[in-house]
Design a protein. Sequence first.
Length: 637
Amino acid sequence: MNYKIVNGSISFGAETILEEINFEIKEKDKIAIVGRNGCGKTTLLKSIVNNEMLEEGIGEEKFGVYKQGTPSIGYLKQMELENSNNTMLEEILTVYEPITKLAEKIERLAKELETSQEEKTIKEYTNSMERFERMGGYTYQKEYEVAIKKFGFTEEEKSKKMAQFSGGQRTKIAFLKLLLSKPDILLLDEPTNHLDITAIEWLENYLKNYPNAVVVVSHDRMFLDRIVNKVYEIEYAAITEYIGNYTDFEKQKRANYEKQRKDYEYQQAEIKRLQRIADRFRYKPTKAKMALSKLKQIERMTIIEEPSKYDLKTFHTHFNILESGRMVLRVKNLQIGYEKTIAETSFELYRGQKLAIIGANGIGKSTLLKTINGDIPKLGGELEYGYHVNKGYFDQQMEFSNPENTVFDEFYENFPDLTTTQIRTILGTFLFSGEEVFKKIKVLSGGERGRLQLCKIFKKGPNLLLLDEPTNHMDIVGKESLENILKEYTGTLLFVSHDRYFVNKIADSLLIFEPGKVSYFNGTYEEYTRKREEQEEQEVNNTKEESNKTNENSNKNLYFLNKEKNKIQNKISKLEREIAEKENEVKVLQEEMLQEEISTDYVKLKEIQDKIQSINQEIEAKMLEWEEWNEKSTILF
């Protein structure tokens, strides 16, 4: 499979979004598209789906879109949920509509053949059965059951209405549908935005092993580092290709820029030198030939263009805060929730500490921040602020009391003592300049609303920041800017984030929400993951040590252990033989179906197909048993 866009461009009216698109997707490629918010990343994804958006670019090559075969393209933004009244299982089954409709057709044909033996009906039935098997008709139920389980959904949730799921869960279900549709090219636009850390880690492992091509737009740097092998950057309406993951891209971009800058400066200096010599001697008869040769040298040069500076325009601020007491916040047996307690926690927060709250969606992280901020009442326990604590709260919903306000009006209402010049200067540091200050809040993008909210919070100079997913709508440069601001911040920080790179950069301690418990970890996210991996490894080693200890203490136990090992290995070997035999039986029966005398005999044909289905079910059962015995073997030995 190969998909290529050569010298394409995309314009909306008089505005050119992308001026020269040279983009290639090869089989099993894992590609990232990166760039600033609004640079055209999502537009490029859409153009891969809808080629009519493309037109000829400014390059010299002939414009064209070239596809090897007819690759299927799956786009997460297009994977809509059918009906909020559907159960999750009903929603998943919409993916298999071609199979279920074919099953209904086969059932109808089978009934017709009970009373009629027309050759046309027999042929249609045979073709439908063969197509049903090719489409995975005998295995699709097992397929989606395994997928639902791997996505972390329970058996009970399969019958839950779609409207009852959280936004993050609905995104997971939409993504699950997309995966089960098995496209040749998987297009993902910010797939981690509504996923918790556990789900992101699973998604990373899944995509690394995805058998087809993946093209992803994401601002999650750790996610990109662990998945992609190629990066396309969009900057100043141009697309540049880099080989490697996100870290490799950053290094190559920096190195390319420095090399081009040095080459440009050297060439410009050389041009000036040659021009100076030519100008000096061109009118002297004895030197005119030499002067002309210098001009020829300049003409023969391949001119190196001055490299464009990085597009690093972003927001910044300076804090002027009143220092709090050493103890900032004391929480003891604090019960949080709305009608009932969903979590209970105890911790102490000290001046200058930066504590990150991490964990799955829907188990109380944002609720804890809202409770600490006083937006919802505590259900039990103690919550005590320290001396001189002045807090600022960033709500991930980014709601404003009056959406009709302009950016300027919103800021003025909060800071009426400031002059117009002062307000415009402060807003300018958060990228609201010129006419942008008169944009109404209701038309602002998610990133713009986030910047305005942060601008208001930082101007108030709180010594305790409560931030709920502050990077959700930020591009990578914006995230890096906020990281730098928060690293320099001398106050105390308590924040919720699913961005592991951001958490690792900022937090010096973690509050980990898990089902049924909340635990505290004194250290960075990297230290936490390393300790978690060590614990998991230790648990495996403990299991092995216990087995070894038992073996050392008793020869009798060793005898029985070896006997059990042989028993398991014999069972695995036996199952493998049986599976191979059953698969051979299916092959023989399938060849038998092709014989002319049988392909027109409905009764015999139905008999063979029923037998194939029965054997396939036996194979699935034996495969499950084989997996269980292998897991037992891994644990014990």
